[in-house]
Design a protein around this ligand. Sequence first.
Ligand code: ZN
Length: 259
Amino acid sequence: MINFLIGLGAVFGGAILGSFTTMLVHRLHYDETGIWGGRSRCPQCRHVLGILQLIPVFSWLFQRGKCAFCKKKIPYFYPLTELVFITTFFLFVQKFYSTDVFYPLLIAVFFLLVIFIYDVRFMEVDRRISFPAIGLALIWSFFRELSFQEYLIGGGIGFLFYFVQFFYSRKKEHPWVGEGDIELGLLCGLLLGWKYFLVMLFLAYILGVFYALPLLFLGKANAKTALPMGAFLMPAILAFLYAGENIFSWYINMLGISF
Ligand SMILES: [Zn+2]
């Protein structure tokens, strides 16, 4: 019963945060005022939404993907964002609600999802999100299961990995790494610690290759097409926060290394 209520709370909370995030990234990207206040509006006609239009996922389904006022299509991005939040929060709450890391972990998950959604939608990393996330991850690293050095070294490696690439590609016509990726590298390293971070990085790139190969074959991309790195890093880091130990030992076993 308790589990059921907690699961329900997670779904409910995830839906609200997902809905909030669609609005947040929109307002940050277009530099609209009133991130924390103001009413939610239709992304197309800017009509203020009523209570019936604010029910995550369901409003979209009932209105058949159209705005109740202007009847224009509401992009899949909106209900999908809410679904991503609901699923992720459900999984993390179920697994961690009775542990010490519950609250800091949920905060980290929230920030990572916002960065993920933002990067998928606009292909950029917003400092108003990434800097607070890095600050919180830094503070958290002093109170965690491993010694804080593990996390700081992780952050350092993440920072350097992207900084070097950024430095060498910045003068090129198509730099393959943006400044935002340096921030993401730092954040991921801080959150995972250096061991998990290195394996995570590798897996995130494999994920990226699986995404890019079909596009290359179909001629929809070439070597110069920018990939939103955050879009691959974020699912990988979420997977590691969720089951890092399992993934790590699976990977190590596969390589046949023993520690
Ligand atoms: Zn509308």
